[in-house]
Design a protein around this ligand. Structure first.
Ligand code: NAD
Length: 482
């Protein structure tokens, strides 16, 4: 990781108050990760990185703790989760500032991420997972029960490190599993702090947190002492995770990338929806799995929509997330910054029309202004790939059947939306999107009580709700002859 570092932030020493959590102990770690503030491009902190021996110790600790933890009740585990989320709220400001420094998003959005994570955690532990009676007659009683799987390895990406850790962490713990959690090497810090908080609340070994590079993720997926992987990240890595997990038939939940379409029908007022559509596309500078990544607009509203979205883009304040009026922060890391710039260059070369943005400022920091593109070929990289950045194509249609076909013409299938004043028509069209979640007149609405996940190559299994929780459990039939 050292090669990612360029300069240490002027006049400061990198913060080093971070530790791994293994078996209830705060541990220094075999290696180091330099953490860059994407708003400045400079190293501002150093995190410990775990080696194989530390992974082995964490897995041993988690297995040992599982023996007792699995015997606790849902109510007991719920109480500890609530104490944990309460502590997150109490330390929200400190955590949010750290999150903004390592991730780049505006401070208000870091606060919202922690808030949402805490609320979803509290929500999930109210869900009951009852024993189901399948048959009860003169001859037999057959019950379907759910029991914990064992040790869950949780691997997360860099775009929403707190929220994407809390969903699987709370699901695994509440259902009676113990955990080894690994954040992205780009954003390890807030997750390590979550570990410190968890240490004060959960018994030793129930939660273990290891920062490290991609190789640590690979070791986790290959480890024989781990029973399930909950992975959030790119499609390409998700396929590697599934392949590695197959060797020991680990259970997997895969929350992967998306290329979400939004279809804007001819009966909407473009001005009335522009703000919602803009921020559903550009929040976190487009670095959201379920952001709108392709906008299909009916020809009747196309010009007015383009105009209204350009207006939103021009008004959006791009900058360092620590500045109070910033709405859009930088791209989180150099690799992604280069990738989005490549897509932008490819888009320009193809002859598409850049409506706004499109010029990348000189550094420091990995900033790209919100960029809207029209007159673009359906086969271009910007339309086919997940751009995961602040550059979004607006495509025209005249026949809604054609729009649905083009929206579905992809291997991605995370989510999508229909925008219309006719709710019945909107719902009927939403049902035809080949996705895990289809919204009408909204995008990016999730809840602890609603399953979220991808169709096609956008994932496997679901997170949240009773559907998600059962993914952390093994169904077991108990059949008694009378
Ligand atoms: P990534 O796949 O590069 O990395 C994700 C995590 O996997 C990191 O912790 C990384 O260290 C680890 N990793 C890398 N190689 C590994 C391997 N061979 N085995 C196991 N772990 C490995 O993804 P990213 O660039 O960090 O995140 C962006 C992607 O995540 C986007 O595609 C985005 O859409 C997706 N995402 C999906 C959801 C969802 O809920 N569906 C949510 C957020 C982000």
């Amino acid at each position: 990781m050292a090669e990612r570092a360029q300069h240490v932030e002027a006049g400061t020493h990198p913060r080093k108050d971070f530790s791994l959590l293994i078996g209830g102990d705060l541990v220094r770690g075999e290696g180091r990760l330099e953490v860059i503030n994407p708003a400045t491009g400079e190293v501002f902190a150093e995190a410990p990185a775990a080696g194989r021996a530390e992974l082995d110790r964490a897995v041993r600790a988690a297995r040992e703790a599982f023996g007792t933890w699995r015997g606790t009740t849902y109510a007991q585990r719920a109480e500890l989760v609530r104490a944990f989320s309460q502590e997150l709220r109490e330390r929200q400001n400190e955590l949010a500032e750290l999150l903004t420094r390592e991730q780049g998003k505006p401070l208000s959005q870091s606060i919202a991420e922690i808030d949402r994570g805490a609320a979803q955690s509290d929500g999930m532990v109210t869900i009951e997972i009852p024993v189901e009676v399948l048959i009860d007659d003169d001859q037999r009683r057959i019950e379907l029960k759910y029991r914990p799987l064992g040790v869950v390895g949780i691997i997360t990406p860099w775009n929403a490190p707190v929220n994407l850790a809390l969903g699987p962490l709370v699901s695994a713990l509440y259902t009676g599993n113990t955990v080894v959690l690994k954040p992205s090497p780009y954003t390890p810090l807030t997750t390590l702090k979550l570990g410190e908080i968890a240490r004060e609340i959960f018994p030793a070994g129930v939660v273990n947190v290891l920062a490290g590079g991609d190789e640590l993720g690979r070791w986790i997926t290959e480890h024989e002492g781990i029973d399930k992987i909950s992975f959030t990240g790119s499609v390409a890595t998700g396929k590697k995770v599934a392949a590695a997990a197959a060797a020991t038939l680990k259970r997997v939940t895969l929350e992967l990338g998306g290329n979400d379409p939004a279809i804007i029908l001819d009966d909407v007022d473009p001005k009335a929806i522009a703000k919602k559509v803009f921020f559903a596309s550009f929040v976190n500078s487009g670095q959201v799995c379920m952001a709108i990544k392709r906008i299909y607009a009916h020809e009747k509203v196309y010009d007015a929509l383009c105009e209204a979205l350009v207006e939103e883009a021009r008004n959006a304040k791009v900058g360092n997330g620590l500045e109070p009026d910033t709405q859009l922060g930088p791209i989180q890391n150099k690799m992604q910054y280069e990738k989005v710039r490549d897509i932008l260059e490819d888009t320009k070369r193809s002859g598409a029309r850049i409506l706004c943005g499109g010029e990348v400022p000189e550094g420091p920091g990995y900033f790209i202004p919100p960029t809207l593109v029209t007159d673009i070929d359906e086969g271009s990289r910007l339309v086919r790939e997940e751009q995961f950045g602040p550059i979004v194509p607006i495509l025209k249609f005249s026949d809604v059947e054609d729009a649905i076909r083009r929206a579905n013409d992809t291997r991605y299938g995370l989510s999508g939306s229909i925008w219309t004043n006719d709710l019945e028509r909107g719902k009927a069209l939403a049902e035809r999107l080949e996705v895990g979640t289809a919204w009408v007149n909204q995008h990016r609405a999730t809840s602890a009580f609603v399953p979220f996940g991808g169709a096609k190559e956008s994932g496997l299994g679901r997170q949240y709700s009773i559907v998600g929780l059962k993914g952390y459990m093994e169904p077991e039939v108990i059949s008694v002859a009378k």
